[in-house]
Design a protein around this ligand. Structure first.
Ligand code: CDV
Length: 310
């Protein structure tokens, strides 16, 4: 029997600072209900879906910064969402800013959680490739302070048996790095879920403006094809607190083709039946890792050139 999973990619329009968590959650619940009505097995929300992307502005006050993080997901703040998902029997991928205490030290991560249709947590991921800077750049039209507000993820790139296949996660900038897909695919990933907040302009590099949409798609289409995976990428869209975010939420087949894409800059669902068996022609033939990769040779070349890590 074909392993088809109906996936709803739930793009978020702008989330303003004036919006309450309850209001934002209600927007997500509304998309969840629409996804369930359309028969989706899984809904995928974006990076830091519960708040505006606060890395875009400088926050000095610790108490104010804390208001953007969650101590537990699922937890009190997100209870209504996960209860509704369980009632509707639909899995959930949700990105959020995570705060936790380890050995008496407060730690902050840019995280995502994957929950099954019964409401059980399948797995968690913490973003590894943190873009931006840790210093205040008041001359820029907006900041990109992920290096200040988050630590590098410490969970690696795990994969899980879920939804009839093998699933992995990454977050936003992780999608630009080939090793993200390769490590996940070496772990058997057939489906990669990710959320992102991508502005259409990087203050330090205006010369890249014209390429933003192209490169957003390029890295994911290549990652999907070169690793024989489905990639479901869900964005924030529209003008959020002075930052224009690209949207372009996409579902990408293992062929590298974009099979569904958002058209608006607001809350929008795109839905596709992802056949996990479409990965086979790549994983078992053209891009069969076992038969065709030669990691021992990559090592040798790396050593010759004095590079750090293969
Ligand atoms: N949230 C992100 O990781 N955004 C980056 C931007 C800053 C380039 C991205 O890779 O889309």
């Amino acid at each position: 029997m074909a392993r088809i999973i109906r996936i709803a990619a739930a793009q978020s329009g702008p989330v303003l600072r004036s919006e309450t968590r309850v209001q934002t959650l209600q927007r997500l619940i509304s998309m969840l209900q629409d996804a369930a009505s359309a028969g989706a097995d899984l809904i995928v929300f974006t990076e830091c879906a519960l708040t505006p992307f606060f890395s875009h502005w400088w926050i000095e006050d610790e108490a104010e910064l804390d208001t953007y993080y969650e101590d537990a997901v699922p937890g009190v703040t997100t209870q209504a969402l996960f209860e509704e998902a369980q009632r509707l029997q639909i899995g959930v991928h949700l990105g959020y800013a995570e705060r936790c205490v380890r050995n008496g030290r407060k730690r902050r991560f840019n995280s995502s959680v994957l929950v099954d249709a019964q409401g059980d947590v399948i797995g968690r991921f913490r973003k590894i490739h943190l873009p931006g800077h840790a210093d205040h750049r008041p001359d820029n039209p907006f900041q990109n302070l992920e290096k200040r507000y988050f630590e590098t993820g410490d969970l690696g790139f795990p994969t899980w048996n879920a939804f009839g296949g093998v699933v992995g996660m990454c977050i936003c900038n992780d999608r630009r790095w080939s090793e993200t897909y390769r490590v996940l695919a070496l772990g058997g990933a057939e489906l990669i879920l990710l959320g992102y907040n991508t502005p259409d302009h990087i203050p330090e590099h205006p010369e890249l403006d014209r390429l933003v949409n192209f490169q957003h798609q390029l890295c994911m289409q290549a990652g999907a094809y070169q690793n024989g995976c489905w990639v479901v990428a869900v964005g924030k869209a529209g003008m959020e607190e002075g930052v224009s975010q690209i949207g372009l939420t996409s579902i990408i087949a293992p062929s590298g083709e974009i099979v569904a894409q958002s058209k608006t800059t607001g809350d929008e669902l795109i839905i596709h039946d992802c056949n996990l068996d479409d990965t086979r022609v790549y994983k078992e033939a053209m891009l069969n890792f076992e038969k065709n990769r030669s990691p021992e040779h990559y090592q040798a070349i790396t050593a010759q050139r004095g590079a750090k890590t293969p």
